[in-house]
Design a protein around this ligand. Structure first.
Ligand code: BTN
Length: 247
């Protein structure tokens, strides 16, 4: 991954650029990285704060031979790779919150947004977008984010050079992507469980339809979150927003 790497000063969104290149037939593993994004996209239509040269804002084009139902796995492959790379490269104890946030000490340091293009049940291509807060100081975040996000500089107490970090991220993404394709999802899931910081925790999960309160007991072999609610039943959730509940 990353043999074909496009570096841009300013884009609306690296995910949008990557989708454009993918539609034009770029090779698998093409990476678009931008210094800043004017319309960085988060999940659920949110905006992703992408200050110039202070983070790694990038997207990777993937063409795995999978069906639509298996696409949540790509998010989990990406999360495992990013958390592993961050730990290895900086020593910062990154963990995963289902399905795709990377947290340090309960604060978000990285978000992952996987978008796809499919026909019928078949995936044509996927774009895995990664936004990692690198050299952002606490007072540089917008006030509404200040208490819920963090950066590698804040957590490690030092400036982190982005190029070697990106190289490390791409190496781990490549390793886990191939592991997933060759060995299957179980290998990824094991590692994901080890790195997840919200298993066995009291959580509230907001889905489009309902809100569930309970304990995040596990993920099943498709990557769905299993939450045991107050009445003892276990809900299987394939999408939603998890918040840790204080007891
Ligand atoms: C989230 O809401 O947690 C997902 C955030 C994903 C942000 C990244 S930054 C690079 C890529 N381009 C985008 O527009 N979004 C993703």
């Amino acid at each position: 991954l990353g043999l074909n790497l496009v570096h841009m000063e300013e884009v609306a969104s690296t995910n949008a650029e990557a989708k454009k290149l993918a539609r034009e037939g770029c090779p698998e593993g093409t990476v678009i990285v931008a210094e800043t994004q004017k319309g960085g996209k988060g999940r659920l239509g949110r905006v992703w704060f992408s200050p110039r040269s202070r983070g790694l804002w990038f997207s990777i084009v993937l063409r795995p031979p999978i069906n639509l139902v298996d696409t949540p796995q790509v998010t989990m492959v990406t999360a495992v790779a990013v958390a592993t790379a961050v730990r290895e490269h900086t020593g910062v104890p990154a963990g995963i919150k289902w399905p795709n946030d990377i947290l340090v000490d309960g604060k978000k340091i990285c978000g992952i947004l996987v978008e796809l293009n499919a026909e019928m049940d078949c995936v044509n291509f996927l774009v895995a977008g990664i936004g990692l807060n690198v050299n952002i100081k606490k007072n540089e975040f917008p006030p509404e984010l200040a208490d819920i996000v963090t950066s590698l500089e804040i957590e490690s107490g030092q400036h982190i050079y982005r190029v070697p970090l990106l190289r490390c991220l791409l190496q781990h993404l490549e390793k886990w992507y191939h592991r997933w394709l060759n060995e299957g999802f179980a290998a990824v899931l094991n590692k994901w469980r080890q790195m997840c910081v919200t298993l066995d925790c009291p959580v509230t999960v907001h889905t489009i339809k309902e809100t569930y309160s309970g304990y995040a007991v596990d993920v099943d072999d498709t990557g769905a979150l299993l939450v045991r609610t107050g009445d003892g039943s276990v809900q299987r959730l394939i999408a939603g927003e998890v918040t840790l509940r204080k007891q």
